[in-house]
Design a protein around this ligand. Sequence first.
Ligand SMILES: Cc1cc2nc3c(=O)[nH]c(=O)nc-3n(C[C@H](O)[C@H](O)[C@H](O)COP(=O)(O)OP(=O)(O)OC[C@H]3O[C@@H](n4cnc5c(N)ncnc54)[C@H](O)[C@@H]3O)c2cc1C
Length: 397
Amino acid sequence: MAANRGSALIAGAGIGGLAAAIALAGRGIDVRVCERRSEFPEEGAGIQIGPNGSRILRDLGVAEFLESKVATPDALSVRDGATGRELTRLPLGHWIAERHGAPYWTAHRRDLHVALRMRAEAEPRITIVRGTEIVSFENEHDGIRAITGVGETLDAQLLVAADGLWSGLREQITGSPNAGLIPVGKTAFRSVVPAEHLPPELVPNAVHIWLSAGTHVVHYPVNAGRDIALVVIANDAARFEGWDSPIVADIVKSKVSTFAEPLRMLVDSAANWRKWSLYRMPELAPWTSGRAALLGDAAHPVLPFLAQGAVMALEDAITLAIAVASRDGDVEPALREYERARRTRVAKVAEASERNGRIYHMKGPAALARNAVMKLTPPARVMTGFDWLYGWKPGPC
Ligand SMILES: Cc1cc2nc3c(=O)[nH]c(=O)nc-3n(C[C@H](O)[C@H](O)[C@H](O)COP(=O)(O)OP(=O)(O)OC[C@H]3O[C@@H](n4cnc5c(N)ncnc54)[C@H](O)[C@@H]3O)c2cc1C
């Protein structure tokens, strides 16, 4: 075990908080992770983990807890929603694993979360405390003091606010009352169905994307191919908080009524739908306040059109740990370095994701032009255009 090099407090045992805990503990830092939930219910649906994320999971020792649960899709098949015609089939599988030295995985969020927890629980330097909400903090001369929802105080050398999209600590860290989330007028409807519900004409081991004006649908295998995660993203003015609001199946069916039959059959087969509203946030300044730093969705919600939300939290986690360890106790400059290293990268990913969303939801002549370009562009050329995304490796801070 590495020599003791200080202590960290993390608010939020989600994807980013647990990854940060493992990365910090691996560098000799004692970590207490406070999670406001007392249980981890099996919420959520699918999550895609590109090579930039699976590489980090491997380096953190998480992959061995996850590998038996993921799927490794061979391709990303993009279809016209109304006709069902395939517009392009982009290579994943061996092609992307060889190109980037790490696989493209699809998983149930629950399985990713369980794997991170198992890895964290096996690490003697990490303590996970459930049912404890961090509500505020005070920077002190040589440390930071966090205050919990019941008024308890917890001391550490740094505080990582990995408290998710609806972060309560964001305002205190940014010092800005205008950091509000802006609803984008779209909702994601999610479900998971057994794989035998996949219509036989659709390739089972692929990520499928169906495009239509104002709506697109994505489905891919999870749970080692035994289940299919389905997400319908559609224009929808409703706004709500949380990841687990139930929604009646008929509303989701109405969103895909103009889609080709195999897709409608798949959507019809799902009974248990959950919805969440999509939000964007103006770029925040700053992500850090003294010894406290935002991480993951709390710092920068990323729209799901590039499937990078969870992976950005993983990239943040490893970057923060490297920065803190390399400064050896000099926390404040380390956190500022972390922020500098992440800001440009995350802004680029957020912008690319928004652009994808506009392309996916095009209508009329613009959609026809998009379809023609997709058909004509060599698939490998499309994918090499994403080398900047999937080829990311943590650098020295
Ligand atoms: C229950 C749940 C289900 C989800 N399902 C999906 C899904 O199916 N597909 C998908 O793409 N994305 C899903 N997400 C979002 C996804 O996990 C994140 O967008 C992404 O992984 C970024 O991770 P994060 O660590 O920043 O935030 P999250 O993974 O959201 O974790 C934030 C954590 O902080 C905790 N928390 C909040 N406030 C406090 C506080 N003050 N003190 C202590 N703890 C606090 C929350 O309970 C949560 O566990 C889900 C998130 C949650 C919480």
